[in-house]
Design a protein around this ligand. Structure first.
Ligand code: ATP
Ligand code: MG
Length: 201
C-alpha cells in the first residue's frame, strides 16, 4: 500500500469513528423542551446573537417576544425590523443607559418592563422570549434574582428564553441549559472607530 493510500485509509477510519460518536450523541438527545440560553461576557456579539435567534425563530413562523432593559441612545435596528414581523417589544421607558443612573426612577422603569417579562414567561403561545441586557438589572438590584429564577423555572415547558448581558449571576448560569461567554479579543471602538448604525445598534 502506498503512503498516500495508507494516509487516506487512516483518515477514513478516523472520520468513521467521529461519525459514530456524533450519531450516538444525536441518538441519545431525545428530550424535547424549551431551554434557557445565557449569552454573557465582555466581547461584542451578545445582543446580536439573541436577535439572530429571534430572527431564526420568526423565519420558522414561531411567536417571539423581546424585552430590552437598556435602551440605547439611538434607535434600534432590530426593533424596526422585527416589530413589522409581529414580534412584541417591551423597552425600558426611561432611556436608561450605562451613563445615566438614578436608582429610584431606574428601579421603577426596570420593574415595569420586568412585569411584562413575567407575563411573557407565562404565555404559552410565545415560543421564544429574548430578555436583552437583563443581567444588569439583577446586578444593580433593580430586579430581584429570586423573581427571575422563579419565573424561568415556572415558564411553559416548550418556551425558550434567551438572556444577554455582561456579568450574568452565577445562579442564572447554573439554571441555564446553554451558556456562551463572548470574549473580547479586540473592539474597533478601542482603536477609535465610531459606533455605526446597522453594525452597533
Ligand atoms: P452587540 O449588540 O453588537 O451584539 P453586545 O450586546 O455584545 O453587542 P453590549 O455590552 O450590549 O454588547 O454593548 C452594546 C454596544 O457596545 C454595541 O454597540 C457594541 O458594539 C458595543 N460593544 C460591545 N462590546 C464592546 C467592547 N468590548 N468594547 C467596546 N464596545 C463594545
Ligand atoms: Mg447587548
Amino acid at each position: 500500500m502506498s503512503y498516500e493510500d495508507n494516509q487516506s485509509d487512516r483518515y477514513q477510519a478516523r472520520q468513521q469513528r467521529i461519525k459514530e460518536k456524533v450519531d450516538a450523541k444525536i441518538a441519545s438527545a431525545t428530550e424535547e423542551r424549551g431551554i434557557v440560553i445565557v449569552i454573557t461576557g465582555n466581547g461584542k456579539g451578545k445582543s446580536t446573537s439573541g436577535f439572530g435567534t429571534v430572527a431564526r425563530a420568526v423565519g420558522h413562523g414561531l411567536k417571539c417576544g423581546v424585552a430590552q432593559f437598556i435602551k440605547g441612545t439611538w434607535d434600534n435596528g432590530e426593533r424596526n425590523l422585527l416589530e413589522k414581523l409581529g414580534v412584541t417589544f417591551h423597552v425600558m421607558a426611561t432611556g436608561f443607559t450605562w451613563e445615566t443612573q438614578n436608582k429610584a426612577t431606574d428601579t421603577a422603569a426596570a420593574q415595569a418592563v420586568w412585569e411584562k417579562c413575567q407575563q411573557m414567561l407565562q404565555d404559552e403561545t410565545l415560543n421564544v422570549v429574548l430578555l436583552d441586557e437583563l443581567t444588569y438589572m439583577v446586578s444593580y438590584g433593580y430586579v430581584p434574582l429570586e423573581e427571575v429564577l422563579t419565573a424561568l423555572q415556572q415558564r411553559p415547558p416548550m418556551q425558550t428564553v434567551i438572556i444577554t448581558g455582561r456579568g450574568a449571576h452565577r445562579e442564572l448560569l447554573d439554571l441555564a441549559d446553554t451558556v456562551s461567554e463572548v470574549k473580547n479579543v479586540k473592539h474597533a471602538f478601542q482603536a477609535g472607530v465610531k459606533a455605526q448604525q446597522g453594525i452597533d445598534w
